[in-house]
Design a protein around this ligand. Structure first.
Ligand SMILES: NC(=O)c1ccc[n+]([C@@H]2O[C@H](COP(=O)([O-])OP(=O)(O)OC[C@H]3O[C@@H](n4cnc5c(N)ncnc54)[C@H](O)[C@@H]3O)[C@@H](O)[C@H]2O)c1
Length: 265
């Protein structure tokens, strides 16, 4: 049965969204909010077969029409084939693209390996460009599109251990600005939201792990709101950017961090 969300139940009726990393925590929260807002079709692209099945089951309970696409986004060929298949089975009617597929590798720069930077760049930066190009081609033909990338607030700081991850995410910020300028004339808006650390499996906040519990408390203390971010806090911001009410927001890099970037300690 459909539950009500923050937007009206037909706010996105007639629209179709592609979500990369669609089986992840933030992606699922976004997909659920779209489902509650009456979106007509959701395509989830992810490499994790088991988690994809789980996400599809949850979304179907909300009455959503879901298409699951298992694909490793680090392979340009696999991605191209997956999108071609998506177009031939479902049409090129994709109005919204949300890129959430991401990888985190934490290491001090002195211990970092080029192989790790390479993996981060493949998923966090290059796959964002490749999937955006493929979906934007359809959007350009239809003269309509909203693209929202999930970046990271790590791009605002020099946090120890986050260097190579933040470097891969900085690329997304720059791509956002150029996509916004190059694709704006085709009525496509491109923005990035930059969440701070959220309570998801992404950072493996393992129950009972002392170091993670400490980190969790430290992060909470730094938040002016004295609480950690949840995936559900990010979803409504993405939906707003995907709505026509946000048409004049283009090329923006939007922090979703409760103001924690303004706190010096
Ligand atoms: N959770 C946080 O604290 C946080 C904070 C800031 C930014 N982010 C960003 O938000 C996004 C989503 O994070 P999340 O917390 O939901 O993480 P998550 O691990 O739950 O989701 C990431 C998803 O990406 C998929 N993925 C990874 N590599 C892939 C590949 N090669 N091909 C296809 N799919 C692949 C994974 O299977 C997973 O389902 C990421 O881009 C992350 O960098 C997360």
């Amino acid at each position: 049965m459909k539950k009500s969300g923050l937007f009206s139940t037909n706010a996105f009726s007639g629209k179709c969204v592609v979500i990369t990393g669609g089986a992840g925590d933030i992606a699922l929260a976004i997909a659920l909010e779209f489902a509650k807002a009456g979106i007509s079709k959701i395509a989830l692209l992810d490499k994790d077969d088991v988690m994809l099945d789980k996400a599809v089951t949850i979304l179907k309970k909300e009455g959503a029409h879901v298409v699951r696409v298992q694909v490793d986004l680090s392979s340009k060929e696999e991605l191209q084939m997956a999108v071609e298949k998506l177009y031939s089975s479902e049409g090129e009617t994709w109005d919204i693209l949300v890129t959430t597929a991401g990888l985190f590798i934490g290491t001090p720069l002195i211990d970092s390996h080029l192989e790790d930077l390479d993996r981060l760049m493949q998923i966090n930066a290059l796959s964002v460009l490749e999937v955006s190009k493929l979906i934007a081609k359809g959007m350009i033909k239809r003269k309509y599109g909203k693209i929202i990338h999930i970046g990271s607030s790590s791009t605002y700081y020099g946090t120890p251990g986050n260097g190579i991850y933040a470097a891969s995410k900085v690329v997304v910020n720059q791509l956002t600005q150029t996509m916004a300028v190059e694709w704006g004339p085709h009525n496509i808006q491109v923005n990035t939201v930059c969440p701070t650390v959220a309570e998801t499996k992404f950072l493996k906040f393992v129950e009972g792990d002392a170091s993670h519990a400490k980190l969790r408390e430290r992060l909470k203390e730094k938040m002016p709101l004295k609480r950690l971010l949840k995936a559900e806090d990010i979803a409504p911001i993405v939906l707003f950017l995907a709505s026509d009410g946000a048409q004049l927001i283009n090329g923006a890099i939007i922090p979703v961090d409760g103001g924690s970037r303004l706190v010096s300690t």
